[in-house]
Write a new protein. Structure first.
Lengths: 218, 218, 218, 218
DNA sequence: AATGAATGAGACTTCATTCAT
DNA sequence: CATGAATGAAGTCTCATTCAT
């Protein structure tokens, strides 16, 4: 498992995705719920089977192993967590000169906040597994470092030219941004999902904080 | 386990702490290492026994159960993670009028950064267990909300009087602070401990970010 | 299964034999290969299905059960392993007085060597199953003791009359012969098929050895 | 398993052998019985546990895996099946000029016949596993080719010098001998152990047969 | 205090087989 | 004729825990 790259797995998953039986979908659904609640390691396949109303063998017929079931849950989320950057909106930013970095940042954060909010459980599962699996962690790091390179670099270069970002390597800028955003997400969605949070305020905070960190005062 | 409050457990642990034999200490040491690396649920007591060079039974003689061993690891960390607020330094802040909130914040962050740095592994274990155990999460929340109430409230009130903090309930202020700090710690120490981080810069960033969020512009 | 006699099964198999579709033949082919390589018990029907390029259900549609598939492999071999004695050649021996037992023996051994050589895999499967299945073993014993009785008895009586065989019960003579021949076959084909063997020499040896054992010095 | 050489495994087994609990011995005992009766692959560890009167876990505590239990059964047999050649008897043959190859052969065959007779079950298990496991087969071949080289070569050279053996490479002579002996053993002990066999006659036959094959007529 | 043999529940997984399509 | 989703019993193995020594 650890040897294969993400995308290979994600692609082979994708193929199955289309053919997913009703039962298969139910299994994934239940797995997400239970993995999120008690953790992958503490959830047994027999529990999942029971809760999904299928025979235990069915899980293995379709997913091969418990671990592959985990990846069937995690990978689509991971893949979907990035490509959105290719959105029309982002293309806008690059072409319309009056768009400020702040708007861009706000949009990104709102968008990703919404995404994670809709996938709270998987996000939590991912965080725990990132903590426990060296190989997954490394693959995710290199995945995020490589995949959107071209596009993201363009965007950051653009804003640097416009004098809205301080002059540090893009990689540094990005890491600072991600630290803030994901640190916040983890705290909010994974650790303390039951506390009340006011999205408007939270987004505003995050934006300010990041702007202050890597933005240039005009 | 979930029924007992933290402090009861912590106290009963403390008693044992003093009597810890060499083997006991080795067990705790090894447990920290392995829990941090693969997670509590995926670490077996037999592995721990082997790595610690003791018989399987020895672990249970001393700690009673695997779960109690976990708490023997977590609780001292949790307890130690707060009381430092009673430091002489903090007393200083309250009495010396020229101390700014910024210095206070910087000091706190440096101090806690140092503490977590020295206890990376336990911190990681705690985070995972917080994610997986509802009861632990709730107890920690109420533990942090109650325990230092008196002292912390005084501090925040003081700075509010001095006009350095915006006029929001202390609980809100504290949560904003903690979100930033812990979100950052988790990202840095638990998720991506192998990346390079520059402490001076990071602390500065954190301070700015928080000041901007809850500080008052003079 | 164990209750039915060989011949009943063999006959019912024979019927199917003629109707065998392409897929059925592929299944049998693959089954022979895999049973021979890893043993019947360690080969799963799903492996066979995959290797044969058919659906799992197809195997059961045609053969009913895994065990019946095994017998579909073994029985034709067993049946074919004897009747050859009804050959024209053997008829010759009985009628032509100048034929010596040595020629007869050489012919038989060459013939069976050739047969087993062409069916190495099935022979190996049969040996293993004889080792593991009491009922099969007993049925084979009685099958070989009964089936060609008439014919074989005639042959041995003939050679006894000609003074070429020592005066022991036919059953003893036959067993001595079979022990040598099959003992050799098992060693050569089942156990160490990768070693090099020189057929001419090996046959000569076997003949000498058996002649010495049950032949009469003129 | 397949990577490690025999002797390494045999030695590590030997260590355990000395410390064998009563329960461990019972497990091995029962395993031999059941493996011999139904085959390794068709015997479940739960059956063994039940028949041995132990918990299933106990088997794995002591033997690690079902396969290692198999090797705990097979290896001592394999090792013991050779070294006997270092016997006083054999030393005798080499030093006493009046000892004929025939006596030597008779002694060897009697000795090994006795050995296999006393270990019928394990012999049968070994034969089946040799048939099903490529790696075991290869290791056994090289084990028998290497281990007693020195001694055996001396013996055969001695008899060649005395003019009692035909002038072929020792390896050829040995293989011819082994084929006869083991071919016979397999037929007798593994395949048809219920038939009646007269040891005196059988040994005599085997000796004659082999003498005829590789002995020199004076 | 420490051991390690023993346990049995339960984990993940495989298997032969069935059946609706 | 052929498929492949679904099954649930059974298989191997792991685990936390106990207890006699």
């Amino acid at each position: 498992m650890s040897a294969k790259s993400f995308m290979e797995l994600a692609i082979s998953q994708a193929k199955n995705n289309q053919k997913m039986t009703e039962k298969q979908q139910k299994i994934v659904e239940v797995a997400i719920e239970m993995f999120a609640e008690k953790g992958y390691a503490s959830t047994s396949t027999s529990e999942i089977a029971k809760a999904a109303g299928v025979a235990e063998g069915t899980i293995f017929k379709h997913f091969g192993s418990k671990e592959k079931l985990l990846y069937s849950v995690i990978l689509p989320f991971l893949v979907e967590s990035v490509p959105v950057l290719a959105d029309e909106f982002i293309q806008d930013v690059l072409t319309k000169p009056y768009q400020h970095f702040e708007s861009f940042l706000t949009a990104i954060i709102k968008n990703r906040l919404d995404f994670v909010k809709r996938n709270k459980e998987i996000f939590k599962i991912l965080v725990v597994e990132l903590l426990n699996r060296d190989d997954l962690r490394e693959q995710v790091i290199s995945f995020f470092q490589q995949s959107p390179n071209q596009l993201i670099n363009n965007i950051f270069d653009t804003f640097k030219h416009r004098g809205e970002l301080i002059d540090l390597p893009n990689s540094t800028l990005i890491r600072t941004m991600l630290t803030q955003i994901f640190g916040y997400f983890i705290f909010r969605f994974a650790l303390f999902p039951t506390l009340d949070w006011d999205d408007t305020i939270e987004v505003e905070h995050l934006v300010l904080v990041i702007l202050r960190g890597i933005g240039k005062k005009e």
